[in-house]
Design a protein around this ligand. Structure first.
Ligand SMILES: C[S@@+](CC[C@H](N)C(=O)[O-])C[C@H]1O[C@@H](n2cnc3c(N)ncnc32)[C@H](O)[C@@H]1O
Length: 328
């Protein structure tokens, strides 16, 4: 199948990326940056208005961006990590209490140690554990739960642990999610199990599925990785059985390219915010029913999207009008 290489230089300005900061969670390599690409792809392929399904949600930045801008009717977000799931559960079911904690919790090293214990405790409530996960995500380097605290334990660095804890902004993000909660379905399953309903199109509404599994290459220590090598093959097998259009993104490893060889793909580079700002090479695979875009995942601007919206509107109008004209 075809593979397109798109190598990009330079950072995109944040202001050009609508919806990038919709999520309260920070994720290294977070996919907020590809949200404009996903929107353009949805417009080009007539997927607007579908339900959106994300089995490895993490910070769910793409899902939130699509929901807030009305590209999708509902989002199904899933994550196996108990802390990440507790975070979403607390935000969706106990948003006011969550915001009260953002407002009043001291951002100190003493609190950091306390929250670290709560985050690891399976007996803590969803509110306690979800908030602890969020607290560590906002106060640790690059948002990595197991990473060290910003500024170091002695807090001698230029940046202190509160550098990414802008209370008012975070409260606004949580409140906004709360306003959309009737259109957000949350689960805590293994991704392959979670995907089963979408393997049958007669039991599920029209959907569009985006999978962002843990990276193949080990040793990065970015997320909790529940996968051994064979599991990536199992995911690809599940993807092959999906009854709705899908895209999958991965780090560009030869083993992944081999597993997904039968599908179209685009290669691109993504800037990570892990200490050294190097460029990671990524790859995106597409189900056969998606017409693969000629633009790159990080190349899509507001202008691209505006043009595509106009075109999609023209197509929809023509479709609605043509039968009426023919009947005249
Ligand atoms: C690459 S991150 C997703 C990042 C997300 N796309 C974002 O932009 O924030 C992978 C996520 O998958 C979750 N995860 C790992 N293994 C999983 C599994 N077997 N089933 C479901 N979720 C899993 C991790 O907890 C992590 O949050």
């Amino acid at each position: 199948m075809g593979r397109t290489a798109v190598l990009l230089g330079g950072d995109l300005e944040v202001s050009r990326i609508p919806g990038l900061y919709a999520s309260p969670l920070r994720y290294p390599g977070g996919k907020g940056k590809v949200a404009p690409f996903v929107k353009a792809l949805m417009l080009d392929n007539g997927f607007v208005g579908r339900e959106y399904v994300e089995p490895y949600a993490g910070g769910a930045s793409v899902a939130l961006s699509l929901l807030f801008e009305e590209y999708v009717s509902a989002i199904h977000i899933n994550d196996l990590n108990p802390g990440v799931h507790a975070f979403w559960k607390a935000v969706l079911t106990d948003g006011d209490a969550f915001c009260a904690r953002i407002e009043s919790t001291p951002i100190t090293m003493r609190e950091w140690h306390r929250q670290r214990e709560i985050a690891a405790s399976s007996s803590a409530s969803a509110l306690e554990r979800g908030f602890a996960t969020f607290f560590l995500n906002r106060t640790n380097r690059s948002g990595v739960i197991k990473g060290g605290v910003i500024g170091g334990k002695g807090q001698g660095g230029d940046w202190k642990l509160d550098a990414r804890f802008s209370r008012n902004d975070l409260i606004e993000r949580v409140q906004k999610i709360g306003r959309y909660r009737s259109r957000i379905r949350l689960s805590n399953l293994d991704a392959v199990e979670f995907l089963k309903p979408w393997m049958n199109d007669s039991t599920t509404s029209n959907a569009f599925i985006y999978l962002d599994p843990p990276y193949y290459l080990k040793g990065r220590g970015l997320y909790d990785n529940f996968y051994e090598e064979k599991d990536h093959q199992q995911v690809a097998d599940a993807v092959g059985n999906l009854a709705h259009p899908w895209i999958v993104s991965y780090d560009d490893a030869p083993e992944i390219a081999a597993i997904y060889a039968q599908w179209n793909s685009i290669e691109y580079s993504l800037n990570y915010s892990m200490g050294v700002r190097g460029k990671g090479s990524e790859v995106m695979f597409f189900s056969p029913d998606i017409s693969v875009p000629c633009y790159a995942p990080l190349e899509v601007t507001k202008e691209h999207i505006a043009q595509r919206r106009i075109r999609a509107l023209e197509v929809a109008t023509r479709k609605a009008i043509e039968p009426k004209l023919a009947a005249l």
